[in-house]
Design a protein around this ligand. Structure first.
Ligand SMILES: [Mn+2]
Length: 197
């Protein structure tokens, strides 16, 4: 295989300071410190099940709320994904997974098309999981999808427990992205009728 696809991205604003190092060809080991325990737990599931090595540190304005921290982590992670996949030569491009987690069944489908599109259909009943607002799940994945310029669909097929629904979504996304970023020896160059993505 070619060199591992590793990038580091940083972003500094008055609201957050974030550094992400992502290795698409990793083993799932990760070190996540966003300041929000539940969100760290979600990113651990994404990295572990996508076999991405991920380190993320964020110093955010959590005295306000969790909004800027989670949204901005999505922006930086999406940027890292975009940079790490590079010219997309030889990769599968499409990925999908249906992940069961107890009561929850979550579908994730991605196309690393270069055209951002986001479709989201998760329904939470509570306002929070730990210190993470459930409505920030949508903001996070929206930020990832447009920063990475990917088409991302997340759909809840079933589910009752908010923790399971959200964790199922992060893991399903990791699995789908792992598939989309994987190399296929049959692919010569970029897999597109247009010749580039
Ligand atoms: Mn859990």
């Amino acid at each position: 295989m070619a060199e591992p696809r590793i990038v580091t991205c940083s972003r500094e604003t008055k609201e957050t300071g974030i550094t992400v190092t992502l290795n698409l060809d990793g083993s799932g080991k990760n070190e996540i410190n966003s300041g929000i325990g539940f969100f760290d737990h979600m990113l651990d599931g994404f990295a572990r099940h996508g076999f991405f090595d991920l380190s993320l540190t964020c110093k955010g304005d959590l005295h306000v709320d969790d909004h800027h921290t989670i949204e901005d982590c999505g922006i930086v992670l999406g940027t890292a994904i975009k940079e790490a996949i590079g010219d997309k030569a030889g990769i599968t491009r499409f990925g999908h997974f249906i992940l069961p987690m107890d009561d929850a069944l979550i579908l994730s489908a991605v196309d690393l098309s270069g055209r951002p599109y986001f479709s989201y259909d998760l329904q939470f009943t509570g306002e929070k999981c730990g210190e993470m607002e459930t409505q920030m799940c949508r903001e996070f994945f929206y930020a990832v999808s447009y920063s990475a310029a990917m088409n991302l669909h997340l759909k809840q097929i079933s589910g009752i427990n908010d923790h399971h629904i959200m964790e199922g979504a992060f893991k399903a996304f990791g699995k789908a992205l792992d598939m989309a970023t994987s190399f296929d020896a049959r692919i010569n160059g970029v897999l597109s009728t247009k010749g580039s993505l």
